[in-house]
Ligand binder design. Sequence first.
Ligand code: GLC
Length: 624
Amino acid sequence: MSATPRRGVTNDEIFALRWDRGQRDLIGPLHRLYGGDTLALMDRLRDLLKKHWRARPADLRRLDLVRDLNPDWFLSEDMVAYVFYIDRFAGDLKHLPSRIPYLQELGVTYAHMMPCLKPRPGANDGGYAVMDYTAINPDLGTMADFQQSNLQLRAAGISPVIDMVLNHTAKEHAWAVKARAGDPYYQAFYRMFDDDTLPKQYEKTLVEIFPDQAPGNFTYYDDMGKWVWTTFNEYQWDLNWENPEVFLAVLDTILFLANRGVEVFRLDAVAFMWKQMGTSCQNLPQVHDILQALTQATRVCAPAVIHKAEAIVGPQDLVPYLGTGSHAGRESQLAYHNNLMVQFWSTLASGDSRLMTYVLKTHFPESFRRASFAPYIRCHDDIGWAITPEDTAHIPHMDAKAHRDYLADFYNGTYPGSTARGTDFQVNAETGDRRTNGTFASLAGLEAARTPREVDTAIARMRLGHALIASYGGIPLIYMGDEIGMTNDYSYVDNPDHADDSRWIQRPMMDWDATEHTEGPAARISADLRHIMRTRKATPQFAGTVPTRVLDTGHRALFVYQRLGDDRKVTCVVNFTADTQKLWPEDAALRDVPHVDLLSGQALALSHGQITLAPYQSMWLRPV
Ligand code: GLC
């Protein structure tokens, strides 16, 4: 009897198997988006994916295999993210690897390097106006430096993450330059109009993103005699995602960068990608088809890679970015939890958790299929007070507009008794709405603290925030400098490219000296954060696969949620006030079973059936 010769699976077979697996999740969205000859588009897509698969380095193919076998890798409780500007954190890409030990000590496994692709010269919206997606910003280094730094990050167990700006390109991008010169193929990459009839109609239902420095959503260019859709700044031209060529061209750059070691793409400003007359042109259903198609196409060629959606939108609009209905388990794997962020600041100001409990309990599922949030307290952008009348209607005597005004006043420090030091941003003349800028520490009161007690309070508020994002579910994002309590950087006004954008207040240069302190606020905040992250990593119930249930205890000062582990639940209790608070747990499982507070390491002492929390204390209670 002759044995069949054995042979291993070839790379082309692996590709074919992944294509078979992915096709069914690609056809639907592409057909809905582009209609016409979907099969011809699928053929072109397969060729594009195959081109990048063939070019994919062996070490990344190995990572693909590892993650195909463990697709929940990014949901592990071990994951901790750090977000930084390469220049402000490490100088440049050559020096970044020397900071890896610092990241490792913080427990970081995910490094979001803020925009680092080649931006337009001059003002560039913090790098979000890209003129070449295949080149690194020369101030930071070369593509070779980028690849080298990515290799070293990966070797240290840290996933490299970059921004993919896909709602718009810089007007200096080669596509835009050709469009401006009159090339109709590239004009179809953007949204251009011969006169202002349609722009005026669209404007009726659009909101202004930067009403101060970039009013309106369209810009007229004399030289070409056309209006161009420019949602953000004049120099950022919105791409026309109704054109399948745009889909293929953007995917081409994503995969090019994936092959250079990027493991997570933060897809920028995704809410705005599709436009439809008579709507706000945000969060339209087609956006979810585009995101599913991008994610599933990436998964065919580079299954190690995942996508994070940046959609800073209201609660009802946010949830679908993690995949609901037919998109469940197929859309972006991560999304910013900006509603948790807004509710954190709201409850910290008012000391009243009712709105937070209502919003987070009502609008958010307890878990997602193969996806989760990235909770955070601050990022490089402003805080938009996404408090809706529909939600405040459920809280007696609360008015949405009045609450938004209160929060803006509280955090710019003008509200009586407030110790926050932030600034108003993009005051909307029509609605009176204001957004807020400021670092975590300055908004929490550290900048204005004069007495040891005020310093303690600010540090306790920061501890509370960091404990919240570490335990709520998904990957917590630590924003560079927050780990040492960096306060507002007012020097941005001296840089002409930054002066008109007060978001630079929360984008300081890293204070490396402060990381060496052994006492004082920086040392204390850093020690708190390290302890919190170490405890998170030792708590399997904090994995992103474990459901998060918000409990309505009726206690206004406390925000309470549970992580529903298979074996044991962890009950997280947060005192959002400067007073001692008591909770009488109704749940017998909590009342009658011995628990330990994972954060303090203390056995839970119930006195007369009450749990006592110190001002701003968080407890993570788990049965012993
Ligand atoms: C995202 C970025 C923000 C930028 C905008 C336009 O919201 O976070 O900084 O201004 O997109 O690209």
